[in-house]
Design a protein around this ligand. Structure first.
Ligand code: BEZ
Length: 255
């Protein structure tokens, strides 16, 4: 299960698996795009653009959009849609003040160096530019994390592999943005239960394979144990799995 030589804390992305198991992520982005209210002719940076499905929607609305992602596979998928997509780490954004808006959907929870992320976003915005984002907020996938931690404790595993994510509370994120000079216009936690059409196993394997891989030949058993722990909370009588997502949505302005 493990890919030799790779940091197990770092997510390895595959555009194909993402399309199979997590297409709902871009499908459910209507709310944050409404908050962005993109206008034709604006120059917008999409941080963590993934395979570019949502970035392409912005382009199709007449936006001059640049997407950045730290996954080569995703950047190639986004380029294949004809996008200006660049390989760049969101924790080390390298832009001057050239964007009317910085946008991000379902990506910032993968960037735990939030201070560096917000610095880079502030640098990339023109004065008066806006930052609009949605990502995992406090309590996101709490049942899933708790189940993995229980398995990790039971089996003497590395619990940090269960939670590589950054899921801040609104007041924490607002304070961070204000520290970087932003004015927060609105910020909210939004519960978003999501039915997993391909089930919980696909989700766990797509997003937390390294956690289970640490158990070597017992990886399959550990996965089955996690699924059984989660079943009463997340699986209904008809066998449908729902992930306990909680979004943090924010709009802030650089004065
Ligand atoms: C999320 O979109 O909230 C999420 C996706 C994968 C892992 C953890 C959280």
């Amino acid at each position: 299960m493990s890919e030799a030589g790779l940091d197990p804390r770092r997510q390895q992305w595959s555009a194909g698996s993402y399309d199979t198991h997590a297409r709902f992520v871009s499908d459910l982005a209507g709310g944050v795009v409404d908050w962005l209210a993109p206008k034709a002719g604006e120059r917008i940076l999409d941080v963590g653009c993934g395979d570019g499905v949502l970035t392409a929607e912005l382009r199709d609305r007449g936006v001059d959009v640049v997407g950045v992602d730290s996954s080569e596979d995703f950047v190639n998928a986004a380029k294949a849609r004809g996008l200006d997509a660049r390989l760049m780490d969101g924790e080390a954004l390298d832009f001057g003040p050239e964007f009317d808006a910085v946008f991000s959907n379902a990506a910032l929870h993968w960037m735990p160096k939030a201070d560096a992320v917000v610095s880079g976003i502030a640098r990339a915005l023109k004065p008066g530019g806006r930052f609009v984002a949605e990502f995992g907020g406090h309590g996101n996938v709490a049942a899933i994390v708790t189940a993995m931690r229980a398995i990790g404790q039971r089996r003497g595993g590395d619990l940090s592999l269960a939670t590589p994510w950054y899921f801040p509370a609104p007041q924490t994120y607002q304070a961070l943005l204000e520290d970087h000079g932003f004015i927060v216009r609105r910020i909210a936690l939004i519960p978003r239960p999501v039915v997993l059409k391909t089930g919980i196993e696909g989700w766990l394997m797509l997003f937390r394979k390294p956690f289970f891989a640490q158990f070597g030949s017992d990886a399959r058993k550990a996965l089955d144990e996690a699924i059984e722990l989660l079943r009463p909370a997340l699986c209904d009588a008809d066998g449908n799995w729902t992930a306990d997502y909680v979004r943090l949505r924010v709009e802030a302005v650089k004065p």
